[in-house]
Design a protein around this ligand. Structure first.
Ligand SMILES: *[C@@H]1O[C@H](CO)[C@@H](O)[C@H](O)[C@H]1NC(C)=O
Ligand SMILES: *[C@@H]1O[C@H](CO)[C@@H](O)[C@H](O)[C@H]1NC(C)=O
Ligand SMILES: *[C@@H]1O[C@H](CO)[C@@H](O)[C@H](O)[C@H]1NC(C)=O
Ligand SMILES: *[C@@H]1O[C@H](CO)[C@@H](O)[C@H](O)[C@H]1NC(C)=O
Ligand SMILES: *[C@@H]1O[C@H](CO)[C@@H](O)[C@H](O)[C@H]1NC(C)=O
Ligand SMILES: *[C@@H]1O[C@H](CO)[C@@H](O)[C@H](O)[C@H]1NC(C)=O
Ligand SMILES: *[C@@H]1O[C@H](CO)[C@@H](O)[C@H](O)[C@H]1NC(C)=O
Ligand SMILES: *[C@@H]1O[C@H](CO)[C@@H](O)[C@H](O)[C@H]1NC(C)=O
Ligand SMILES: *[C@@H]1O[C@H](CO)[C@@H](O)[C@H](O)[C@H]1NC(C)=O
Ligand SMILES: *[C@@H]1O[C@H](CO)[C@@H](O)[C@H](O)[C@H]1NC(C)=O
Length: 443
């Protein structure tokens, strides 16, 4: 059966990433593509067309990722360096598997009257694959383990304001660690004891900005036109694609969607002129039992936990460095005006997701966890769908609660052998978890 599935996926051209995850318990330091093979080819056509095949990754042990957005900005009021420093410390120590980058990776400086505004690099987004900002805003800032692991990305409006195509080109032509093969793509991740997590990367920009009334003088509108992402038909087509992907991954233990713009709290209502078609998204995510949606755009840390009417937890993490603003005023929890990031960890048994919001606001004191909680796997029928989410297990806890500071969550657990190594060689990966029905469908 395993062999059969392998051949099917091979024939369908599914891209395989060589995870190299069996060395010394370090579960993903070397995710790399083998360029120039049939399994790693750029499709013809628009970068706004969903990537035609599913990216597959295997990791041993726990799955641990950092989520943040809205980071690449310099000037007064920005905090990119301090967040980067906290993330590097965290990632090095906790052996983070990858980064989920919610977009707005590159901004113009906050100080438009500073002399350096004439600097060739001082503009929104990037201008090309050889823009010096790749180095000065990304490679030079995020060191340690963050320079080894992959950043699975979506684009934000500030990326669109300049040359969003250059960010996709950079993935294909320069460095696949900035993972953006298309504006829409799906990853299938297997980890631990055969646990499956689907990640759907969905560019929300065409749904947030009303094409017909958009008047700002930047490249966003023109690019929407160029990429065929502006007519009702085209946008409905992407929504249909999203729904098809969600249907195809219903067997997964976890389904995650990453987009730049928020879908919860007051952000849902804020600036209705620009909100455009965003309201189409939550019902689709909720109908198909998405575990969590991750976003940036609102420059704050905020979460709306799953509840009796929505199985989806909405995680906001847009405080990665760009100047802070208070935005969504009514989620379950928020910490306005705090630079920081979100850490998500799913132990190898895949039953629960644990999350920590990390405050990196104070440059004089070490970063600290300010809000933690857990979410149940979709497979736990007693819990995660719809009404079940009222129980305490799914609800976050502030840092006053001693349970969140105990050894179980923060201590040696992350280094011990149980979390590393065994998963990929063990029987876990041949188990039911891997048979998602993906291979039988239209892929
Ligand atoms: C896999 O990891 C080992 C140990 O770190 C390293 O020596 C080797 O070069 C890696 N192989 C690939 C293909 O990356
Ligand atoms: C590692 O993660 C734990 C939470 O699981 C956190 O409490 C701890 O501070 C992190 N370690 C570092 C060095 O950041
Ligand atoms: C911006 O830069 C100019 C020139 O260096 C400086 O005079 C001004 O105070 C700066 N503005 C802010 C808000 O820091
Ligand atoms: C302008 O750029 C120079 C050289 O990169 C740097 O030394 C200086 O601090 C910058 N000035 C401001 C106001 O950002
Ligand atoms: C965008 O960047 C790509 C890749 O560097 C380049 O080929 C293209 O000419 C750029 N487009 C514009 C409008 O500058
Ligand atoms: C449940 O969560 C959704 C999404 O955050 C929110 O819109 C809704 O108001 C919440 N419902 C209840 C009953 O709290
Ligand atoms: C988009 O803008 C057009 C033109 O101003 C307007 O007629 C339309 O109602 C707007 N659509 C939405 C969903 O806001
Ligand atoms: C974060 O730091 C800034 C100064 O850089 C400060 O204005 C703000 O109040 C701090 N936020 C919190 C929550 O302490
Ligand atoms: C399902 O969740 C309940 C708590 O609500 C927990 O006690 C139980 O162990 C979970 N079962 C599985 C299979 O994860
Ligand atoms: C991932 O694991 C599955 C099941 O064990 C295996 O078929 C597949 O070849 C592995 N893929 C990679 C990239 O290692």
């Amino acid at each position: 059966m395993k062999l059969f599935l392998f051949f099917i996926t091979f024939i369908q051209g599914v891209i395989l990433i060589s995870g190299n995850n069996s060395h010394n318990g370090d579960n993903n330091k070397y995710t790399k593509y083998v360029k120039g093979t049939d399994l790693y080819k750029r499709p013809k056509g628009s970068i706004g067309t969903p990537y035609p095949t599913t990216f597959k990754e295997n990791y041993s042990g726990d799955l641990k990722f950092l989520v943040f957005g809205d980071w690449g900005q310099k000037g007064p009021g920005t905090g990119q360096n301090q967040v980067a420093k906290a993330m590097v410390t965290w990632a090095n120590h906790n052996k983070t598997t990858f980064v989920l980058n919610a977009g707005d990776s590159f901004y113009q400086t906050t100080n438009t009257t500073a002399p350096n505004v004439t600097d060739a690099s001082d503009h929104e987004g990037v201008s090309s694959i050889s823009d010096t900002k790749w180095k000065s805003y990304w490679l030079d800032i995020y060191g340690g383990r963050l320079k080894d692991i992959t950043w699975y990305s979506v684009a934000g409006n500030h990326d669109w304001y300049n040359n969003v195509t250059a960010e996709v080109d950079y993935f294909w032509d320069v460095d696949s660690r900035f993972f953006l093969p298309s504006l829409y793509y799906v990853r299938k991740v297997t980890f631990g004891s055969g646990v499956c997590a689907a990640f759907i990367h969905f560019d929300t920009d065409p749904y947030f900005y009303n094409y017909s009334s958009y008047t700002k003088k930047n490249n966003l509108k023109q690019t929407l036109t160029d990429l065929n992402l502006h007519t009702d038909e085209q946008l409905n087509d992407r929504l249909k694609w999203l729904e098809d992907q969600l249907v195809a991954v219903q067997d997964a233990d976890w389904i995650f969607v990453l987009g730049h713009h928020p879908l919860d709290g007051d952000c849902r209502l804020k600036d209705t002129k620009n909100y455009y078609l965003m309201y189409e998204l939550p019902p689709i995510l909720e109908k198909h039992g998405v575990s969590a949606y991750f976003n940036g755009h609102a420059h704050e840390l905020a979460v709306s936990l799953a509840n009796s009417t929505s199985p989806v937890t909405y995680f906001g993490s847009g405080a990665g460095g760009a100047k802070l603003e208070p935005e969504c005023k009514n989620p379950t929890w928020t910490s306005p005006f705090t630079f920081g990031f979100l850490s998500v960890s799913i132990p190898a048994d895949g039953k629960f997701l644990h999350f920590d919001y990390v405050d990196a606001n104070n440059t004089d004191t070490p970063p600290k966890v300010i809000y933690s909680g857990s979410v149940k796997s979709r497979k736990n029928k007693t819990g995660n769908h719809g009404k079940g989410n009222d129980d305490k297990e799914n609800h976050g806890k502030g840092n006053d609660d001693k349970e969140n500071h105990g050894k179980e969550n923060h201590g040696k657990g992350n280094d011990d052998k149980e979390n590393h190594g065994k998963g990929n060689d063990g029987k876990g990966n041949d188990g039911k978890g891997n048979d998602w029905g993906y291979n039988k469908g239209r892929w």
